[in-house]
Design a protein around this ligand. Structure first.
Ligand SMILES: *[C@@H]1O[C@H](CO)[C@@H](O)[C@H](O)[C@H]1NC(C)=O
Ligand SMILES: *[C@@H]1O[C@H](CO)[C@@H](O)[C@H](O)[C@H]1NC(C)=O
Ligand SMILES: *[C@@H]1O[C@H](CO)[C@@H](O)[C@H](O)[C@H]1NC(C)=O
Ligand SMILES: *[C@@H]1O[C@H](CO)[C@@H](O)[C@H](O)[C@H]1NC(C)=O
Ligand SMILES: *[C@@H]1O[C@H](CO)[C@@H](O)[C@H](O)[C@H]1NC(C)=O
Ligand SMILES: *[C@@H]1O[C@H](CO)[C@@H](O)[C@H](O)[C@H]1NC(C)=O
Ligand SMILES: [Zn+2]
Length: 505
């Protein structure tokens, strides 16, 4: 008692509380404590997964690697991806994740599949490639058999072959072209001070690559190369958000969206013939959310027609573009109700909740996506702030496509440990990991996003079972039929067993 009285006031109160509480409540029972810890651990994604001995050995390796990773001065998930990419590249966890069979990539956009190095070194070196410089320091491209007519707000066209012959340093020119085609930069905070700036740059870069990738012969090669890059990253299946633009030929003639969709189908077939352990790809037709209601009605009708005519390759429909600036889903309710009204199947895979504008019309997109019976939700970054939507998504198993690097680059989150999906994974919410626009972010395939999710969201708690569950989710929540899913799972299981046995020691 005397000792306690000599303490400063706050401590006296604290000491009193401790002393008196311990009289009322005994020390918590360590067995009960352990049971609660285990309960939480088992609630997470993959927490119920039964692991083989080899998987347990691999997990022990991963655990040790993670502990070492967390000691690093520059813990990669705490940094902006543009600063952490080179550190991640050297991580032994990353190299394991690259080798890991990752199942499907379910949220990837058509013109950001292939790293820009390939676009510059391969595509811009092809004959008949012209480039002009816009008033606001961007560039545009076109392939044409004759000298093309000038574009408004752009310099006269330069044949790249001639330009390269004239400049003193071709490497510098190629690097500046590359910088126009990706957001990747050394100082992202300075280059992109706000969400609006980064979205604006994103769309500008998209414009810059448009003329390259919509040239029909390049389009085919681009898509093939995209499949190859995902395949090399041990991804076996893809669901691609695709605008299905008109494609053009050297003489200026064009092909319509149906032709574009057929091209996707042909190239996918060709690719799976060449790589039989690649399962395939399906297309989610997308339109920019900046369009008005009457355009949307036409587009939805077109989507229904494509879905009917190409049921194998078409997976469904979605809207793209900056959610905050675009129109909310509810604005398009008449157009989006057409399939249900007509009794036509058109699965929806809406981007929703890729926002932190709480309480606005746009912020209702999550709930509206669910009301329109979406099959999956793109991003769902705002889901934690919508308990009703979250509950519906869980009950109906409407999986959330989490794209960690995208959310960081587009300035929704700084430190991956604070990403809301960390909470979703802690309770095994239906989630898949994807990469959105890897080329735009200087990333490729899926491994970097898996790294951020595994090391950043999960910390030391997530384990090999979590990874396995995420991969299985990518097949389970895909648009494939049950029979196709079984086939894809069997194909994946083979590669998984091989991966585990080669890396468990
Ligand atoms: C460009 O890519 C195509 C198709 O992938 C390939 O056939 C061609 O050899 C490549 N050309 C160059 C210059 O790399
Ligand atoms: C740059 O110029 C192009 C072509 O005129 C225009 O479409 C685009 O909106 C402009 N971007 C900015 C950021 O001013
Ligand atoms: C061209 O520029 C790059 C980087 O700016 C430099 O490394 C290279 O040495 C230059 N090449 C020539 C031929 O000057
Ligand atoms: C785009 O390319 C032009 C011309 O090469 C260059 O002046 C400009 O700095 C580049 N823009 C970016 C954002 O890298
Ligand atoms: C909708 O947009 C299209 C294309 O931009 C335009 O032609 C049409 O007039 C617009 N309709 C309405 C009602 O604003
Ligand atoms: C969503 O599904 C419910 C229940 O199956 C159905 O009644 C409703 O018409 C669907 N709504 C839309 C817009 O597809
Ligand atoms: Zn997206």
């Amino acid at each position: 008692m005397a000792v306690r009285l000599q303490r400063p006031h706050a401590a006296v109160v604290f000491g009193f509380l401790l002393c008196c509480m311990s009289r009322v409540l005994p020390t918590p029972d360590p067995r009960r404590r352990e049971a609660l810890i285990q309960q939480e651990v088992s609630m997470q994604t993959g927490g119920q997964m039964t692991l083989s001995d080899a998987e347990k050995r691999l997990d022990a390796r991963l655990f040790k690697m993670k502990q070492e990773e967390e000691q690093k001065a520059d813990f990669p998930p705490a940094l902006h991806f543009f600063k952490s990419r080179d550190i991640i590249k050297t991580s032994p966890i990353f190299s394991l994740l690259q080798k890991m069979p990752k199942g499907g990539a379910l949220h990837v956009h058509d013109f950001s599949m292939v790293d820009v190095q390939w676009l510059v070194k391969n595509v811009t070196y092809r004959p008949h490639c012209y480039m002009c410089f816009t008033d606001n320091l961007s560039i545009r491209f076109i392939f044409m058999s004759q000298w093309p007519k000038p574009l408004p707000h752009c310099s006269p066209w330069n044949l790249l072959e001639n330009l390269r012959a004239k400049v003193t340093n071709i490497t510098d020119l190629d690097n500046s072209i590359m910088a126009n085609l990706t957001l990747f930069t050394d100082d992202p905070e300075a280059a992109y001070p706000s969400q609006y700036v980064v979205w604006d740059r994103f769309e500008q870069k998209f414009q810059a690559l448009w003329g390259l990738v919509t040239y029909a012969p390049v389009f085919r090669d681009y898509y093939y190369e995209g499949l190859r890059q995902f395949y090399m990253d041990n991804v076996m299946y893809l669901e691609l958000r695709a605008l299905l633009p008109e494609l053009y030929e050297l003489d200026g003639s064009t092909h319509d969206s149906t032709w574009t969709l057929k091209t996707y189908q042909d190239v996918t077939r060709q690719f799976t013939e060449n790589y039989p352990d690649f399962y395939g790809a399906r297309i989610i037709f997308t339109v920019h959310r900046g369009v008005n209601a009457s355009v949307m009605t036409d587009v939805v009708e077109k989507a229904m027609k494509l879905q009917r005519d190409f049921p194998d390759i078409m997976a469904g429909f979605d809207l793209v573009g900056h959610e905050d600036k675009g129109r909310p889903l509810w604005y398009f309710r008449d157009a989006l109700s057409l399939p249900a009204e007509k009794g036509v199947t058109l699965p929806f895979f809406f981007h929703a909740g890729e926002t932190d504008l709480e309480g606005t019309d746009v912020d209702q997109n999550l709930l509206d996506a669910l009301l329109f019976n979406a099959s999956r939700i793109g991003h769902g970054f705002a889901l934690l702030r919508h308990p009703v939507a979250k509950d519906l998504s869980r009950k109906r198993e409407v999986a959330v496509e989490v794209c960690p690097i995208s959310n960081q680059v587009m300035k929704l989150v700084k430190d991956m440990r604070n990403h809301p999906a960390a909470a979703l994974l802690a309770e095994n919410h239906p989630v898949v990991i994807s990469s959105d626009d890897p080329a735009m972010f200087g990333s490729c395939g899926l491994s970097y996003d898996f790294y951020e999710a595994f090391v950043g969201f999960g910390g030391l708690r997530s384990h090999i079972g979590s990874l396995k569950q995420l991969v299985i989710n990518s097949i389970k929540y895909s648009s494939l039929t049950n029979a196709q899913q079984e086939k894809a799972l069997a194909l994946w299981q083979n590669s998984w067993n091989k991966f585990v046995s080669e890396n468990a020691f």
